[in-house]
Design a protein around this ligand. Structure first.
Ligand SMILES: C[S@@+](CC[C@H](N)C(=O)[O-])C[C@H]1O[C@@H](n2cnc3c(N)ncnc32)[C@H](O)[C@@H]1O
Length: 244
């Protein structure tokens, strides 16, 4: 995982900024039940999405593990943020009506523990809304996708929707229809993709086969328009309801 203590300084500029945050927040809110009074945004980061979840009658809180990210979030949501690992929230059972997690589950090897903890803090009838299948959303249909997709299909990510749905069921969370949002500014260029490949971002897709990675790198380097980002991805939000 990236070092989010270091990422905080430039996070908002490099992750699609307000257009991406607004799209994510609108999609999350479209899945929050009208009567919900409390929402906890897990991995709130700098709070760029979180602050856009605030609406009349809904108290919104953010939790994140990184001090530096949380400092920025606290400026946006004074007194409403807490430093916490999403696996161990400082809340009693059945405390909130909604839990959201945008761009968290793909990062960690312990997504099932986060799902279990979200289920614990949700009231019966409450909802968990979380991005799933994040990496698979990138470059769909592009020339980059044509190179990466064969590897991706073999990749079982920590946030694949089947994996998350199976674990949710173990904790009384039933799937209901979700929503999508556009990852404004998140389309990758071949050069970006190559940099991520060399930086180990896709490491879990390979079984340590350096020759395979070099072949992939050569294919990416041969693509035209090395610095032109391909189409913005559409990210998927899954939604689960806590059974009574
Ligand atoms: C890609 S950022 C997403 C931030 C925000 N949700 C957004 O969409 O802009 C991922 C965030 O997850 C946080 N994070 C990673 N592991 C965590 C954990 N176990 N518990 C809480 N937060 C975590 C990081 O500190 C970082 O702020």
């Amino acid at each position: 995982m990236l070092d989010y203590e270091a990422e905080a300084a430039h996070y908002d500029r490099t992750r699609g900024g307000v257009p991406r945050a607004r799209a994510a927040a609108e999609a999350v809110l479209s899945l929050v039940p009208p009567g919900a009074r409390t929402l906890l945004d897990l991995a709130c980061g700098t709070g760029l999405v979180t602050e856009r979840l605030v609406r009349p009658g809904l108290s919104v809180y953010g939790a994140d593990a990184a001090h530096a990210m949380l400092r920025v979030a606290e400026g946006r949501l004074p007194g409403r943020t807490v430093r916490a690992d999403a696996r161990r929230l400082p809340l009693p059972d059945a405390a909130v009506d909604a839990v959201s997690a945008v761009w968290l589950l793909h990062l960690v090897p312990f997504a099932p523990e986060i799902v279990a903890e979200a289920a614990r803090v949700l009231r019966p009838g409450g909802v968990l809304i979380a991005t799933v299948d994040k990496d698979a959303a990138h470059d769909v249909g592009s020339d980059i996708d044509a190179i990466l997709r064969p590897r991706r299909s073999a990749h079982v990510g920590s946030d694949t929707s089947a994996h998350i749905t199976a674990h949710a069921a173990l904790h009384g969370l039933a799937p209901t229809p979700g929503a999508d949002f556009t990852g404004h500014g998140q389309g990758s260029s071949p050069r970006d993709t190559l940099r991520k490949l060399r930086g180990g971002y896709y490491a879990s897709w390979f079984r340590g086969d350096a020759a395979d990675i070099e072949a992939l790198a050569a294919s990416l380097a041969a693509l035209p328009d090395q610095d032109r980002p391909r189409a913005d991805p559409r990210y998927r939000l899954a939604r689960f309801v806590r059974r009574g």
